[in-house]
Unconditional design. Structure first.
Length: 177
């Protein structure tokens, strides 16, 4: 009879959910604070510097989480898969909380946010020489994508995918057997 080896580098007493909730919440809250700061200071949320700040912040916090998980919760061991799994779980937590905070943001803090995006789109279409009829058709198609529910779902999906990929890369960097 063949013996199956059930050993793993993972400590069974070190669940990933607790660090994912903690660090995912930190990512969401800091991103929310950056959104508020951007609104108050006029920092364009479509600018490269804004997007880079969010990505760098997220990657740095994810790095700290995976490193802490490896060193403090998992006997200083980590596989690439554990890094990717933790990244995806953090993405799920930060995506859910981020979607809720984004809804709060566009409902209470900056209710004109979606109108601002629409105005920028109209200006871009006008500068490209589109007719009023073409602009109206484009706005009708955009309205499907420019609602809080769709944007929340996209926030969640993007968060999971970005954190999964970043977790995979960070897991490869921090891997220890």
């Amino acid at each position: 009879m063949t013996q199956i080896d059930h050993t793993s580098t993972e400590n069974p007493n070190s669940p990933k959910l607790i660090p994912a909730i903690i660090y995912g919440s930190v990512i969401s809250l800091l991103t929310f604070m950056i959104m508020i700061t951007a609104t108050w200071t006029g920092w364009d949320m479509n600018s490269g510097s804004y997007k880079a700040a969010i990505w760098i912040l997220t990657a740095a916090i994810l790095f700290l989480c995976i490193k802490d998980y490896r060193d403090l919760r998992n006997n200083k061991k980590l596989t690439v898969g554990q890094g990717a799994g933790l990244g995806a779980l953090i993405g799920l937590v930060s995506g859910i909380l981020g979607a809720i905070l984004f809804y709060f943001f566009i409902t209470y803090i900056n209710p004109g946010f979606l109108a601002e995006i629409e105005n920028v789109a109209i200006e871009e279409m006008q500068s490209k020489g589109l007719s009023d009829e073409q602009i109206e058709q484009s706005l009708q198609m955009m309205s499907f994508f420019m609602n809080p529910v769709f944007m929340g779902v996209m926030t969640l999906i993007f968060s999971v995918i970005f954190n999964l990929i970043a977790g995979l890369i960070i897991g490869a960097i921090l891997k220890r057997d």
